[in-house]
Design a protein around this ligand. Structure first.
Ligand code: GLC
Length: 334
């Protein structure tokens, strides 16, 4: 380990100038922190919708109990704050939404689960960043103030899947501003840096975050999209019988994970696979094979993960039958 670090340090020294050197060498010597999450579940389709329940799922205490007793240690709670904040300054967030999020992370904390709260589906930001960056900064100001003093089990994630006009450079700059604002009230809290290009591996590889000992980087893995999203009404992959699982498929998947590990090694910050999953229209045994292969690959590499999702369209739990999909549960945990 030390030898690898030393070699990495020497090659970095050779590649950069004297001023960058001091900062870089301190980072190169920092061990990559143990991520605070191992096995996480996305509570998709709930507060991610404009109004919770509109997309068919409402987060329930008993679901968090189920997740805890199955062996998960964290939940990710996607929240569409932008649908509950004033359109003009000071962009005040509806206090009822804060109450609801407090309730859910309070349940999770009492059960010993960590909760990641993010800013999800801020679609207008991607279309018109000049107009909406001040609003997302004001949203984060309010979140940082509201959650000051919250238990360490609460983790923040800056922004979900920036794309279109949120270029890599623009996403990096926004993340830096959000992080410095968050750090005023939350010097030691774990924060997750949302990456551009729809949160894909390319966006992760292109990001240039400064080192922070309590920062994780994230990306989402849905490749190949024409397999994982075939027939999903919100995607652009038609319903087909595309299958997955040849040796070539598996080796491509594992190569992508190796690229994510390389980002960890380069940045000295943990990489978190914040979403992965297969649309429920795909036969369950095929979904489970993809999910299991990826999950085992992540765990072999020490990457923390969060399945998308619990009871939405890429579900592992059937709310109508009040039962787990056993193949999916096993793919994630056994
Ligand atoms: C992204 C989207 C979410 C979707 C998921 C799977 O997180 O924001 O709405 O369900 O990806 O496609």
């Amino acid at each position: 380990m030390l030898r690898t670090l030393f070699i990495a340090l020497i090659s970095t020294l050779a590649a950069c100038g004297q001023t960058e050197l001091e900062r870089t060498s301190a980072e190169m010597l920092s061990p990559i922190a143990e991520p605070p999450i191992a096995r996480c579940m996305n509570m998709g389709s709930a507060l991610e919708a404009p109004v919770e329940g509109e997309w068919g799922y409402t987060v329930r205490y008993k679901d968090l109990e189920r997740l805890k007793s199955a062996g998960f240690d964290s939940i990710r709670l996607p929240v569409k704050w932008s649908a509950h904040a004033l359109e003009t300054a000071p962009y005040t967030i509806d206090p009822n939404l804060f109450d609801r999020v407090d309730e859910i992370y309070g349940w999770a904390d009492a059960l010993g689960l960590k909760t990641i709260v993010n800013v999800h589906h801020y679609n207008e930001l991607n279309e018109a960043p000049d107009q909406h960056e001040p609003r997302v900064e004001a949203i984060w100001d309010q979140l940082a103030t509201h959650f000051a003093g919250a238990p360490p089990s609460l983790i923040f994630e800056t922004i979900n899947e920036p794309h279109t006009n949120m270029s890599v450079a623009r996403t990096d700059a926004l993340n830096e501003r959000l992080l410095s604002r968050i750090r005023q009230n939350h010097p030691d809290r774990w924060v997750i840096w949302g990456t551009a290009e729809w949160g894909g591996l390319d966006g992760l590889e292109a990001a240039t975050p400064d080192y922070d000992p309590r920062l994780m980087l994230t990306y989402h893995e849905y490749a190949p999209y024409k397999f994982t999203h075939q027939g999903a009404p919100w995607g652009n992959a038609p319903r087909t019988d595309v299958r997955w699982g040849t040796r070539r498929d598996v080796s491509r998947m594992l190569q992508s994970l190796d690229k994510a590990v390389a980002v960890q090694t380069r940045t000295r910050m943990p990489v978190f696979v914040g979403e992965f999953g297969v649309y429920q229209g795909v036969p369950v045994e095929h979904r489970a094979r993809w999910v299991r292969t990826l999950r085992e690959g992540m765990e072999e590499r020490g990457l923390a993960w969060c399945h998308w999702d619990f009871a939405g369209s890429l579900n592992v739990y059937d709310v109508d039958k009040e039962a787990w999909l056993p193949e999916m549960k096993s793919a994630l945990l056994d």
